[in-house]
Design a protein around this ligand. Structure first.
Ligand code: NDP
Ligand code: MG
Length: 391
């Protein structure tokens, strides 16, 4: 039996984690639930799953939680230390990190320091603090099991050979909603169009990241840290149907791929129950129903996030933290209707260009760099014509 703390339980991944808990009550139980501010939904979850502790990062949502808590008698933690604290409670053996954005790395590190097994959906944790997180996990002997579907696929395929036999990782991506849209119409892309992902139901931030392909850019960095592999051995391949979730080519030319319907319950269950494989609650994949599987090389002028990520990986130091924080701020501005779709990448590239890096950053450095990048993006977005002179 695993005892779970779920960070981000009210989100798209968090709700799917709870469906897997429902399907395997003899294997999984919930001891902690955490969210940002959606207190009413967290209270409903608390009433149903009866965790020992719940947490809300936004202190101002406390009263709403108390009003809705019903018969829930567990403890409520609030404020900026609430997630790191719940991530370390002694009753848990596993922490599922399903918060979005830069909210992930502090609680993940707290969970690692407390010796918890990590099931990681929040890729931003590795983009920002990959070196620190992987070092801490090694030092504490903690496993980091990926939930991201591509990384779950790669993890499964890698079991078929030795690390020295891996020739390259084939990281697949659907290409998002704008794979074939004429480039000259990109400035007119609306929020509703960018939020309509063709294959996956996800939270707003990752859906916009999928439309710009910043999500795939982050996933290259995530794979570098998780699998200890050089970025130039990771090839992005567009696969619009999202059936092959990624593949590994071995030295002898054999390509092993993992397939399944585009449903996050599969990689979530794989991580939560690892190393067991048990019947899954969702519809099972049928190869014969798959008429078409197509693949293509991504066009980098359509997806500037990909070459930008490769440059950022090469530059190292605090550059990946800037990439993450600048993207988070730019996506927020796009969702608020303040900038156009192409401005997202212009602003992120601008922050990367003007950043003054710090070598061997510690957590405080990463926090500061993140604040700098987000402030830079917000300030640049306000300046008239600033975006026309961006790189
Ligand atoms: P959602 O936006 O649906 O959910 C985000 C969750 O995080 C909510 O529970 C939210 O709480 C909580 N949260 C947001 N900000 C904070 C904060 N500052 N402090 C504490 N909690 C916070 O996101 P997704 O579920 O789509 O994505 C979660 C993570 O998983 C992301 O890193 C994403 O990249 C990754 N991922 C997601 C996939 C998907 O299919 N959705 C696939 C692969 C990876 P509240 O509801 O109160 O705001
Ligand atoms: Mg993914």
């Amino acid at each position: 039996m695993h005892s779970l703390v779920i960070l981000g339980s009210t989100g798209s991944i968090g709700e799917n984690v709870l469906k897997i808990v429902d399907a395997h009550p003899d294997r999984l139980r919930v001891v902690g639930l955490a969210a940002h501010s959606r207190a009413a939904r967290l209270a409903e979850q608390a009433a149903r799953y009866r965790p020992l502790v719940v947490a809300l990062a936004d202190e101002s949502a406390k009263e709403e939680f108390h009003a809705a808590r019903g018969t829930f008698s567990g403890k409520l933690l609030t404020g900026p230390s609430a997630l790191p604290e719940i991530a370390g409670i002694p009753e848990a053996d596993t922490v599922v990190v399903a918060v979005v954005g830069s909210a992930g790395y502090h609680p993940t590190l707290a969970a690692i320091e407390a010796g918890k097994r990590i099931c990681l959906a929040n890729k931003e944790t590795l983009v920002v603090a990959g070196a620190i997180v992987m070092d801490a996990a090694r030092r504490k002997g903690v496993e980091i099991l990926p939930i991201d579907s591509e990384h779950s696929a790669i993890w499964q395929c890698l079991k078929c050979g030795r690390p020295s036999e891996v020739d390259r990782i084939l990281l697949t991506g659907s290409g998002g909603p704008f794979r074939t849209r004429p480039l000259d119409t990109f400035p007119a892309i609306t929020k509703a169009e960018a939020l309509a992902h063709p294959n996956w139901q996800m939270g707003a931030k990752i859906t916009i990241d999928s439309a710009t392909m910043m999500n795939k850019a982050f996933e290259i960095i995530e794979a570098v840290w998780l699998f200890n592999i050089a970025a130039d051995k990771i090839e992005v391949v567009l696969h619009p149907q999202s059936i092959i979730h990624s593949a590994v080519r071995f030295a002898d030319g054999s390509v092993l791929a993992q397939m399944g319907n585009p449903d996050m319950k599969l990689p979530i269950q794989h991580a939560l129950l690892y190393p067991e494989r048990l019947p899954a609650p969702q519809q099972l994949f049928k190869l014969a129903d798959c008429a078409d599987l197509s693949f293509e090389k991504p066009d980098e002028s359509r997806y500037p996030a990909l070459p930008l990520a490769r440059r950022v990986i090469e530059l190292g130091h605090t550059y990946p933290a800037v990439l993450n924080a600048a993207d988070e701020a730019a996506v927020e501005l796009f969702l608020a209707g303040r900038i156009s779709f192409p401005d997202i990448l212009k602003l992120v590239a601008g922050a990367v260009k003007w950043h003054k890096p710090l070598a061997n950053p510690d957590l405080d450095d990463l926090d500061q760099v993140g604040t700098w990048a987000a402030d830079w993006v917000r300030a640049a977005a306000k300046k008239t014509n600033a975006l026309d002179i961006m790189p």
